[in-house]
Design a protein around this ligand. Structure first.
Ligand SMILES: [Zn+2]
Length: 393
């Protein structure tokens, strides 16, 4: 609760947990001894009665390393409790250089650089990785990433060898991570039914239903970019034809705007400039892609009835240009959307939603049971930063 609130009074913790006051005081004391939270002066609430001390997360105690692999870039962040980014860096990568070792070397290099900036007293407790690809729930193997051209990559193992840290490594799909990041710290806080659409070269998604991430039988649920919307459409990188990705992905947007569809970030920034200037071709392309976006969303909304649709990546960035036509098409084609209006909003963290989500994944073991975590004020200065009760994979 303190992690997601950032700062909260002890009285509010008591009210929200239903525990009694002395239990909450004991728990706060224990968490504080472990360097996870700090007690401060009372929050000004204006309420009558004895003021209650505030409890905040410590950002100088533990941290996790979050890593993110996209088609055009790799990113790393060191993140403390409360989801605070201590440092964060994204580096563009040429699409021509996608071989696995090169990308993982760059990613691990970035992560190591950020970890080395932190003092020895700050302890690493986990590593979370988000990647544009299919990641089964049961292991840290990446099955396939059509847009990177990789298959069967033992990602956790490969990164462990490069990072040399003895902490758990959690790998997740970027759509799932994005949904989590936006739900815990972003624009979808407190939303239990959420559809997150992650748009860049490919289209990914993350679904939260009834407060839980929807994984499916093996964890592949949410590959919304490969739902069929046009049987006579363009071939898709996944091997099928007419997937949603082929009509709303980056290539489709650039092609419609008269720009080279494989033009990458350079072409995307030309498109951005043109749209901001009010260029007709750019705006027409956005409008048309918005219609396909709304059409695909209509099917998803009929199935999922989300409270909120969060557009991440490319579509989040271009939200203001394509949301109107998307909303119109959504309402026209979805019985459910007509009955219960569904907001379409841009992600708060832009391209970094999945990076924030990867950090959240890595924090989960500690958050589930912070009391099993050893106190690092007790003289343990192991450089691996790990002596906890959680087993290392
Ligand atoms: Zn496809």
């Amino acid at each position: 609760m303190v992690h997601t609130s950032g700062v909260v009074s002890r009285a509010e913790l008591t009210a929200r947990t239903g525990l009694n006051r002395s239990t909450v005081a004991d728990l706060v004391r224990e968490l504080s001894q472990r360097g996870l939270v700090a007690e401060g002066s009372p929050l000004a609430t204006g309420a009558p009665g004895r003021p209650s001390p505030s409890v905040t997360v410590r950002t100088d105690g533990i941290y996790v390393l979050a890593l993110d692999v996209k088609v055009d870039s790799v990113a790393a962040a060191t993140v403390s409790l409360g989801g605070h980014r201590l440092a964060s860096k994204r580096v563009a990568r040429p699409r021509s250089r996608r071989d696995i070792s090169t990308v993982l070397d760059a990613l691990a290099g970035l992560g190591t650089e950020l970890m080395e900036e932190l003092p020895d007293t700050q302890r690493l407790v986990g590593i979370g990785v988000s990647i544009v690809g299919l990641v089964p729930r049961s292991d840290a193997m990446v099955e396939v990433t059509p847009n990177l051209g990789w298959s069967d990559v033992p990602l956790a193992e490969a990164l462990r060898a490069r990072l040399r840290r003895r902490v758990p490594i959690v790998v997740s799909n970027d759509g799932d991570a994005g949904a989590l990041g936006e739900r815990v710290h972003g624009v979808a806080r407190g939303i239990d039914d959420l559809l997150y659409v992650s748009g860049e070269v490919g289209i990914g998604g993350g679904i939260i239903a009834g407060g839980r991430a929807l994984g499916g039988a093996v964890g592949h649920a949410g590959e919304i970019g490969h739902t069929l919307v046009d049987p006579q459409g363009e071939p898709c990188r996944c091997g099928a034809r007419g997937c949603w990705e082929t009509v709303i992905g980056e290539a489709a947007l650039l092609r419609r705007a008269g720009l080279p569809e494989d033009g990458g970030q350079r072409a995307v920034s030309q498109l951005r400039g043109a749209a901001l200037r009010g260029d007709d071709a750019a705006l027409a392309a956005m409008e048309a892609v918005g219609r396909w976006l709304g059409l695909g969303l209509a099917g998803l909304v009929n199935v999922l009835n989300p409270q909120l649709i969060v557009l991440g990546g490319l579509h989040g960035e271009f939200h203001r240009f394509l949301a109107a036509s998307a909303a119109e098409e959504l309402e026209r084609n979805s019985l459910v959307a007509r009955g219960s209006p569904t907001g379409i909003v841009p992600a708060m963290f832009g391209v970094d939603s999945s990076l924030i989500g990867a950090a959240e994944d890595a924090l989960q073991p500690l958050l589930r049971d912070p009391m099993t975590w050893p106190s690092w004020n007790a003289g343990d200065t192991s450089p691996d930063g790990f002596t906890g009760a959680i087993s290392v994979e």
